[in-house]
Design a protein. Structure first.
Lengths: 296, 304
């Protein structure tokens, strides 16, 4: 379904895709995946606080370029919090504060001379609940390029390009002027992905993007992620372990630890490795317990 | 099968759903309660209806074109509301122009940018709530004092009236705008910011457009309240005989409620009749404005 709606200009990786689709775990690149990620986004000793409450403690993590990295773990383990600190969406929460360093292409995104707005232009985000704007499908896509003052010679082409890449063009090309609210949940989520692509970020953060979608819509989004991986780096938070196993090149497992003196729970990174390793032979007992369904 | 005839099964079989429930729909208590409800409704609605009907009967004879086209006159048969209608339009129009941008801007600051934890913002917030409950005559006195401070001799000017009514309407507009802004889901703001939009762009292109129906509804309701106000304008000396069309910000004026007040305080029965007719007209305008507000809300309000 995705290949039908793709335009010719986006067939550069067409020869890779069918191969990805035939194997059951088509997301895994197996031996093709380098031992260590080629870093684009790095966390070192990151602590995230909400006022006095420390939600995330001491995370060291490297997100590899053109890879899909999944963050999994039980509720309250800080994975969404960490995700939101990767493009400074946490700035919007009063009292939220990040310690340690988050670097994007070796530059600290929390440095004084860095503007959060520029960070978000480079590191886009797709949310848990599809959040289309109360505008037409066309305007939803055109919004980003317009606000960031992108010099698009032809907005129509840009909109078509983004929708095509998000495998939505075929379904909406005849109703671009209609409200985005008329789309199904899955279509709305792909619209939100298309909207993010339209501003051409380097990294796309996805916060449980399929949690409100049915299995068919979910599998469409997952297919889409494989295609986007060719040009983008994707970080996905998911509650669905099968989803992590299906789509992610590498997986980070988080858990919540109770502090010994105060009893406050805080999120920590337990293990980070290739997805196959995490799901087949995790080195930490807690990871194994979680993925085998013994807790969380 | 044996299981069904023992224990719970036996109980379920014996129970019938027929019969009356104590305190049910047709019991004396329920009926009494309903009667009380009807009576309360009748009292409130009946009073209003009586008022409207008697006013209609009183004023029906004078509800004609003369009412709108003629100037007030000591001869009741030649008197009309023309300058008062124009005065109301002038004052309310200027009030709208003054307060809507100011109120919307204040609401945007309070809702989108102000740090809610700072004590100053809390004080402001509390004050805005309280200002909406201040008696209107106080605003009249405030405007009077302000004009006196500026050294304005003749305080019966359109801009003076608009100032007093603006103070009255401002809290209403701020509160309704804040509610409209608050009803825009936070996901929309996040979606916009995540694309690299600035907070200002987010307000200007997402939050504010989505709030326009709510703001319009609030503004119309606020202005319709101001349209019916007489007290603050009386303080400012609007109870005058105006035999010309008001034509500017510094023009003298009178408004419909004040003209009505003027006529009812005169002894002639014909002028009372005229006041009734004017009341009907004012009521009609107010109902039309409120109707418009409800229409905008139902037709354009964004459902999330």
């Amino acid at each position: 379904m995705t290949s039908d709606s793709r335009s010719a200009s986006y067939s550069t990786n067409a020869e890779i895709k069918p191969a990805l689709h035939v194997t059951p775990q088509h997301g895994h690149r197996g031996g093709l995946l380098p031992e260590l990620p080629k870093p684009i986004l790095e966390c070192s000793d990151v602590n995230v606080y909400y006022s006095d409450f420390r939600a995330v403690t001491g995370v060291d993590l490297v997100f590899g370029q053109n890879e899909i990295t999944a963050m999994i773990g039980p509720s309250g383990c800080g994975k969404s919090t960490l995700l939101r600190s990767l493009n400074r969406m946490n700035d919007l929460i009063v009292g939220a504060r990040v310690e340690g360093s988050v670097t994007f292409q070796s530059e600290d995104i929390y440095a004084k001379e860095v503007d959060a707005i520029e960070v978000r232009r480079r590191i886009g985000m797709v949310f848990q609940k599809p959040n289309p704007f109360p505008k037409s499908i066309y305007d939803n896509i055109a919004y980003g390029p317009r606000v960031i003052g992108m010099k698009a010679s032809n907005m129509d082409d840009l909109v078509e390009e983004a929708l095509t890449r998000a495998a939505l063009w075929g379904e909406v090309k005849d109703k671009l002027k209609q409200s985005a609210f008329g789309l199904s949940g899955g279509q709305q989520q792909r619209l939100c992905i298309a909207r993010t692509i339209a501003v051409k970020p380097d990294v796309i953060l996805m916060d449980e993007p399929c949690s409100s979608l049915d299995p068919i819509a979910t599998s469409k989004i997952e297919d889409l992620m494989f295609e986007l991986r060719e040009d983008y780096t994707i970080v996905i938070v998911t509650h669905n372990m099968q989803q992590a196993a299906r789509v992610a090149d590498r997986t980070a497992f988080f858990t919540a630890l109770a502090s010994e003196d105060t009893g406050d729970r805080t999120g920590v990174l337990v293990e980070f490795d290739k997805t196959q390793k995490i799901f087949e032979s995790p080195s930490d007992q807690r990871t194994e317990d979680y993925i085998s369904g013994r807790f969380g | 099968m044996t299981l069904l005839t023992t224990g719970l099964g036996a109980h379920i079989r014996s129970a019938s759903i027929r019969g009356k429930v104590k305190g049910g729909e047709n019991s004396a208590r329920s009926i009494l309660f309903l009667v009380i409800l009807w009576l309360s409704l009748f009292v409130s609605f009946g009073v209003l209806l009586t008022l409207i009907i008697t006013t209609l009967i009183d004023g029906a004879d004078r509800l004609d074109a003369r009412l709108i086209t003629e100037f007030p006159s000591s001869a009741p048969e030649r008197a009309g509301l023309r300058p008062a209608i124009l005065g109301s339009i002038w004052v309310i129009g200027v009030t709208a122009v003054l307060t809507i941008p100011l109120g919307v801007a204040a609401a945007i600051h309070l809702e989108e940018f102000a740090d809610r934890k700072k004590w100053i913002n809390r004080v402001i917030e509390l004050n805005v709530q309280n200002l909406a409950a201040v008696p209107s005559i106080v605003y009249g006195l405030l405007a009077l004092g302000f004009l006196a401070l500026l050294g304005v001799q003749n305080k019966n000017i359109v801009i003076g009236g608009a100032l007093a009514l603006g103070l009255l309407v401002l809290p209403v507009i701020i509160i309704s705008t804040r509610e409209a802004l608050r009803s825009v889901p936070v996901e929309i703001r996040q979606g916009s910011l995540a694309l690299g939009a600035t907070p200002l762009q987010t307000v200007w292109r997402q939050t504010l457009p989505a709030s326009v129906p709510g703001i319009a509804t609030g503004a119309i309701l606020g202005l319709s309240r101001a349209l019916g106000e007489a007290a603050p304008l009386l303080v400012l000396g609007a109870l005058v005989f105006v035999s010309f069309d008001p034509n500017g910000l510094l023009s003298g004026y009178t408004t419909m409620p004040i003209q009505i007040f003027n006529w009812t305080s005169r002894p002639q029965a014909e002028l009372h009749e005229l006041a009734s007719a004017a009341s009907i007209l004012l009521l009609g305008i107010l109902i039309a404005m409120n109707g418009l507000a409800i229409f905008i809300r139902n037709r354009y309000q964004q459902r999330w």
